[in-house]
Every structure is written in C-alpha cells, then in structure tokens.
Design a binder for this molecule. Sequence first.
Ligand SMILES: NC(=O)c1ccc[n+]([C@@H]2O[C@H](COP(=O)([O-])OP(=O)(O)OC[C@H]3O[C@@H](n4cnc5c(N)ncnc54)[C@H](OP(=O)(O)O)[C@@H]3O)[C@@H](O)[C@H]2O)c1
Length: 305
Amino acid sequence: MASVVKTSYIYIYIYIYVYSSNIQCISTKSRYLFPLLPYQFLCFSSVLMAAENFPLQDRVAIVTGSSRGIGKAIARHLASLGAKLVINYSSNSAQADEVVSQINSTSDHPRAIAVKANISDPDQVKSLFDAAESTFQSPVNILVNSAGVMDAKYPSILNTSLEDFDRTFDINTRGSFICCKEGAARIKQGGGGRIICLSTSLAAAFRPGYGAYIASKAAVEAMVKILAKELKGTGITANCVAPGPIATELFYEGKTEEMINRVIGDCPHGRLGVPEDIAPVVGFLAGDASEWVNGQILRVNGGFI
Ligand SMILES: NC(=O)c1ccc[n+]([C@@H]2O[C@H](COP(=O)([O-])OP(=O)(O)OC[C@H]3O[C@@H](n4cnc5c(N)ncnc54)[C@H](OP(=O)(O)O)[C@@H]3O)[C@@H](O)[C@H]2O)c1
C-alpha cells in the first residue's frame, strides 16, 4: 500500500513540475517546491487526523483493576484512543491476559501488557510503574486507579467486622493513597499528566449497609482534591470519577433479585449502568481537553443520586 502511494506521488510530482514549467510567472525555484505542496498538505492533514482520532497516541497509561469490570472497559477505551496500556490485576491472570490480547489484536505492535500487583503494597505498586517504564521506554502519563472492593454482606456499621473494615480500607483507601503517591512522583510533568481515581456516587448518598465502603471512598475523594492542589506546577491533574450502580461482579455480589430491582427502579433510565457508560468520561479526563477539570469529583450515575 505504502509503495503504491509513493509511486503515485512521484507521478503527481512530475506532472505538476512539468505543468508549472509552462507557467511563466512561476520562478525556477518554485517549480521544484510547488509540487511538494500536496505532499506537505497530506502530511499535515494526516498529523491532524491522528491527533483527532487518537488523542492519547503513545501515552502510557496504567489502569489498576483492569482485568474485568469498569477498569477493563476503561483500559480498552484508552487503548482505542491510542494509549499504551498496563493491565493490572491482583489474582486472576487469565482475565488480564484476555484483555491484553483483545487490545493487542487491534494493532501491529504490542500495546498492552498485564502486570500482577496488589495496590495496597507499595513495593508492588513501584514494580507496576517500573514495568510500564521499561516496557514502553517512557514515563507514565496516565494513572487510573479502578481496583476496589466492597463488603458483599452490606452490613450496618454495628455489624461490620474489623477484618472487613480493614480489608476495605486496605485496598480502597491505602491502595489509592499508594497509587497516588507513586503517580505524583513518577507521572511525566509538563502537561498531559493525569491521575483519575474511581470513587462512588454513594459517597454523596450515605446509604445504610455501606458504612465502611462509603467511608473508604470519601477518604479517597478528600485526598484527590488535596493532591490536585499539591501538584501545582506539574501539569498533572487529579480527579475522581464516582460511578452509580454498574453491572459488574462487584455490584451483583451478595445482592438478592429484589435488591437489584430496587436499584434499577431508582435509576431514571430504568436500567443499571454498564462499564462502557463510565469509560468515555475517564477517556475525556485522560485527554488534553480536560486540563481545566482539576480536583473534581465527577458523579456519573444516570441521575441515580
Ligand atoms: N460496580 C459498581 O456498581 C461501582 C459503583 C461505584 C464505584 N465502583 C468502583 O469502581 C471500581 C471498579 O469496580 P468494578 O465494579 O469494576 O469491580 P470488579 O468488577 O470487582 O473488578 C475489580 C478489579 O479490581 C482488581 N483488584 C481487586 N483488588 C485488587 C488489589 N488489591 N490490587 C489490584 N487489583 C485489585 C480485580 O482483579 P482480580 O480479579 O485479579 O482481583 C479486578 O480487576 C472500584 O473502585 C469500585 O469501588 C463500582
């Protein structure tokens, strides 16, 4: 294909050169340069088209918890915008490998890798960034922290065990803290740096049965707002995306049909959200157009809250 384009261009060049030679007002020098105009135009327009269709071209993104659910949809969406991806998981490598092969099947060069790392362990988060930098030979541009857990027993605070409280805070709050800390130190400065943490719309609703979960995410929201200010001068923005109910394993686990129907009944669109409802919002925040959105909590819930 490239050789056909090249050969056609040589013919066009000769044609325009001969044609312009017959026009008196065109100087000799211009006769050489004149035929280059279509080429320059083609180059310029292809650069513009690439920037428009692939606004994250060659940026390196880490998406924690992207082997399934919301993180997976976010990773696939960022890849469709041109980003190179680190798919993170903590236990199920088969699901992460599947996401990697889905992304890599759309490109000539491998653009995604899977990296196992528990986000609540600082050494493992360091390794996550190391793997991104060494594989893609570039600093990380975008960090999306989607890994998270919820207590599927939906206990009142009175009935929440300390073990469940600790596990929830260990992954949701400590994990987000460690990822934000590493991101603040290692994300490329000077423009385009992005930190996006997944919170929950429930942090604005205070529903019974979600005490530890909501508290763990409210802490993340507070931290991200402060982080955005502390990153002054780096060109890195920090925001939270706070989904409403999204049909994933985390949402369905431990819920009866009656509980699920009640949630659907409270959704103005009469359905649960799907991960693909969240991914484009994160895609926007990951791109240059969102620079003025900083230190914000975007509640994305179809009007549920
Ligand atoms: N679904 C909803 O209704 C909803 C609503 C609001 C907010 N959210 C938030 O959105 C985020 C994603 O939720 P989801 O519904 O997509 O959950 P999900 O389907 O349960 O997926 C969770 C992902 O996180 C990974 N993970 C869990 N613990 C981890 C750890 N310690 N280190 C690294 N990865 C870990 C899992 O990988 P492994 O399988 O390998 O463990 C998996 O890839 C969470 O932060 C959640 O709180 C979800």
